[in-house]
Write a protein that binds this ligand. Structure first.
Ligand SMILES: [Zn+2]
Length: 177
């Protein structure tokens, strides 16, 4: 299974408003499968298309506990239909910001709509970690990172950490092919 390279922030590709998918075809299904493989490999509990340099509205999620059977979700054109006025604080991380964790306040419960890998429309009510993850991933489709929800000071600290990480990786690469 293809493991896709993950785009690390800051990167213009993470700031794009992604395009709705018109038809759920084989190319969409193949991308969702590759995104799931990439997410499990990382490992992570959610991944959005811009994190693998794709500008379509695609998300994969699996919030099953470690050791429990996998519960992969493939979401095409996901949207939040309703969000509770009650908000909760949870620590968040992101595969595009390795080793960066901050508390983020978001609605506790949501109702979301999406198309599955066969193109059928679903609505789900979610709370806890799943609600958190869906909101985080839909944000990605609108070019929003979780650090956009925290103070500018913390955001700048996170981005400067990422720039150092990228510089260190660039230095490690051999200068000749
Ligand atoms: Zn993320």
């Amino acid at each position: 299974m293809t493991i896709l390279p993950i785009v690390i922030a800051p990167d213009a590709r993470l700031k794009v408003r992604c395009k709705p998918v018109a038809t759920v075809d084989d190319s969409v299904r193949a991308k969702l499968d590759a995104m799931l493989a990439t997410m499990y490999d990382a490992p992570g509990i959610g991944l959005a298309a811009p994190q693998v340099a794709d500008d379509r509205r695609l998300v994969v999620i699996d919030v099953a506990r470690e050791g429990a059977p996998p519960t992969p979700l493939r979401l095409v054109n996901p949207e939040v239909l309703w969000a509770s006025s009650e908000k909760v604080v949870m620590s968040e991380g992101c595969l595009s910001l390795p080793d960066v964790y901050y508390d983020v306040k978001r609605p506790e419960r949501i109702r979301a709509a999406f198309l599955d890998e066969a193109g059928a429309r679903h609505e789900i009510d979610a709370d806890g970690l799943l609600a958190r993850c869906i909101q985080h991933e839909i944000d990605h489709l609108d070019g929003v990172l979780f650090i956009d929800h925290i103070s500018m000071l913390k955001r700048n600290m996170a981005l400067s950490k990422m720039r150092k990480l990228k510089a260190a990786e660039a230095n490690r690469r051999p200068s000749r092919p």
